[in-house]
Design a protein around this ligand. Structure first.
Ligand code: DCP
Length: 213
């Protein structure tokens, strides 16, 4: 049961903090959304550890993945899985935690996209899948609400070009369309993978907000 005044969840008589994951395509506006809430008291904001993905002991697995996904996809996604798990398990300080993406979307969207597009070898996909399945079976990854920033791939593409992140210069609109379709299947149609929490959809293009429980 959620107590709206304090954002606390009560399960089996025990209180714990609520966790909200902000999901959406690349450049859909997740960081801007989180920046807004970071000014609110009682909410702890955790952004994606992108800086770590761009610099792990002097290496840039994000850039390598975009240069040669078949070779470096596993490397990046293994590290993403580790850093996202670390985020999920870190001690929650405030009554409400908002975090950018999740362990779930790393697997259900990005790993899945690499595999389906033929850019991740089957053995790499199998290894990542076994890791992921082990984690969610053995470690509690609580998520209480998913906020899906639903944006057209075209809007994301325009923002992506404007922000000019060096590694992302090679991303074509087709890549954003694939990510978009995977998100829609997962969170809107709910036909691909288990959805771990209710979904609040915020459609940025049409200014519409609705809830899927
Ligand atoms: N990425 C990836 N695999 C993942 C997660 C992310 O390859 N499992 C990539 C996609 C982007 C980069 O990492 O190139 C950063 O992700 P986002 O664009 O989602 O992060 P932003 O902070 O840029 O998002 P937004 O613009 O919505 O704030």
């Amino acid at each position: 049961m959620l107590s709206p005044s304090q954002g606390k969840l009560v399960r089996n008589g025990e209180e714990r903090k609520s966790v909200i994951c902000i999901e959406g395509n690349i450049a859909s506006g997740k960081t801007t959304c989180l920046e807004y809430f970071s000014k609110t008291s009682n909410i702890e904001v955790l952004t994606e550890p992108v800086s770590k993905w761009r610099n792990v002991q002097g290496h840039n697995p994000l850039a390598l993945m975009y240069q040669d996904p078949a070779r470096w996809g596993l490397t990046l996604q293994t590290y993403v899985q580790l850093t996202m798990l670390d985020r999920h398990l870190s001690t929650v300080a405030a009554p409400v935690r908002m975090m950018e993406r999740s362990l779930y979307s790393a697997k259900y969207i990005f790993v899945e996209n690499l595999y389906r597009s033929g850019k991740m070898p089957e053995v790499d996909f199998a290894v990542l899948s076994e890791w992921f399945e082990w984690i969610i079976k053995n470690i509690a990854i609580p998520v209480d609400l998913i906020v899906y920033l639903q944006t057209s791939p075209q809007t994301c593409y325009e923002r992506l070009k404007r922000r000019c992140r060096e590694e992302e210069r090679v991303i074509p609109i087709e890549y954003l369309e694939s990510i978009h379709n995977l998100y829609e299947d997962w969170l809107i149609k709910q036909t691909s993978f288990k959805v771990p929490a209710p979904v609040l959809v915020s459609n940025i293009d049409c200014n519409v907000l609705y809830f899927i429980s």
